[in-house]
Design a protein around this ligand. Sequence first.
Ligand SMILES: Nc1ncnc2c1ncn2[C@@H]1O[C@H](COP(=O)(O)OP(=O)(O)OP(=O)(O)O)[C@@H](O)[C@H]1O
Ligand SMILES: O=P(O)(O)OC[C@H]1O[C@H](OP(=O)(O)OP(=O)(O)O)[C@H](O)[C@@H]1O
Length: 231
Amino acid sequence: MDLPITSPFLPRPAGATDLILALPKGRILKEVQPLLARAGLVPGSDFHDEDSRHLRFPTNHPGMDVVRVRPFDVATFVAHGGAQIGICGADVLMEFDYPEIYAPLDLGVGRCRVSVAGPADDPLAEEVSRLSRITVATKYPGIARRHFAARGVQAEIVHLNGAMELAPSLGLARVIVDLVQTGSTLRANGLVEREVIAGVTSRLIVNRTALKTEPELIGAWLARFREALSA
Ligand SMILES: Nc1ncnc2c1ncn2[C@@H]1O[C@H](COP(=O)(O)OP(=O)(O)OP(=O)(O)O)[C@@H](O)[C@H]1O
Ligand SMILES: O=P(O)(O)OC[C@H]1O[C@H](OP(=O)(O)OP(=O)(O)O)[C@H](O)[C@@H]1O
């Protein structure tokens, strides 16, 4: 299923369908750059200029623009149909659990895990299910609540956007739920990983309604990314 070959930065032909690809700012964007290149997608203009105030960028495909948003917001833009395709971490998908999102491709980058961690010297650490409630500092309130509820424990959430590892020592929470890759942030802050909730990689996601209304166009892009992954 081949997309029509287009020259870089041609004006958009009249009647061409607009697709928007939502890309996350930050570490995932760096990691998916080679994949985008292999898929033949070249964002134009000032996409790589971090000082640019633009948020939407044309690409070498007249029917496809990219938007650069915060990693958590990629899922929200795609779920609401503002973008038809996106790239985000499985952690973000788990947190929101949007029924409108279909995640057909594991991109194999952004590999880490979402885990429960706490101070090494907590005497009740191994017996969390004996507690009726537990305070949890996290940027993943949905994941944390569901995880502890499955053990019969009510999670009281302290919602932070970063530096969760400080929360136990500063008395905000007994444990944290956060991403762990090498474990060095936990170690540097006197915490140990207690339980892995889920493995995380980045996914290509699509809006289910858009896939139904534009099956050929979106299907062609999925094929293109699938091919780029196996190249
Ligand atoms: N240490 C890590 N190792 C591997 N992947 C990670 C790591 N930390 C985060 N990720 C993945 O990268 C995604 C984006 O993380 P990143 O740290 O770039 O943004 P953020 O801090 O969540 O964003 P914001 O700037 O909006 O707060 C996460 O959702 C996760 O899937
Ligand atoms: O196990 P490690 O290899 O230490 O990685 C884990 C750290 O990486 C992420 O933070 P990030 O570096 O993205 O900073 P942030 O808190 O600004 O999101 C995550 O929130 C952890 O703090």
